[in-house]
Design a protein. Sequence first.
Length: 178
Amino acid sequence: MTSHGAAATQTGTKHTRSTATNSLRMQHWLFKSEPDAYGLDQLKRDGTTPWTGVRNWQARNNMKAMHAGDLGFFYHSSIPQPCAVGICRVARMAYPDFTQFDESSEYYDATSRPDRPKWYMVDVEYIQRLQRPVMLAQMRAEPRLDGMVLLRRGRLSVQPVTEREWGIVLELAGEKPF
């Protein structure tokens, strides 16, 4: 994820989806970022930011599946002890990532066109810091998290988290479910 120094100004409203039984359901996600590139403290200062620069098809598809109001873990990667450090919320549903059209951006994609964009981003907003960071090693040691995408496809920068996994990670962080 790359930040462009300005928080996004447009936020979405909380979006809920109905299933065949007409119940409400929120999805959960995990957003990975290197703390020296864009960490949780920067998100807290910005309030909301566009999650730009994702150039993996599966991560892009995950963002296209998000709705405003979905919650996510903010995860610090590429550090000695990678960990979930906070909670963020999807503030705006997927829209074309402007960096793909910016020739000066490291995320420029000459094959993408404004009328047919390839890459999308969502806006995320800061919710809170976790009471305790949840280290990757803790998650690996927790048998209830065996199927978690983070533990199977660790390099994916934006990934789904099941409702069950969400609750377990919150428990490990000393947080109450929400």
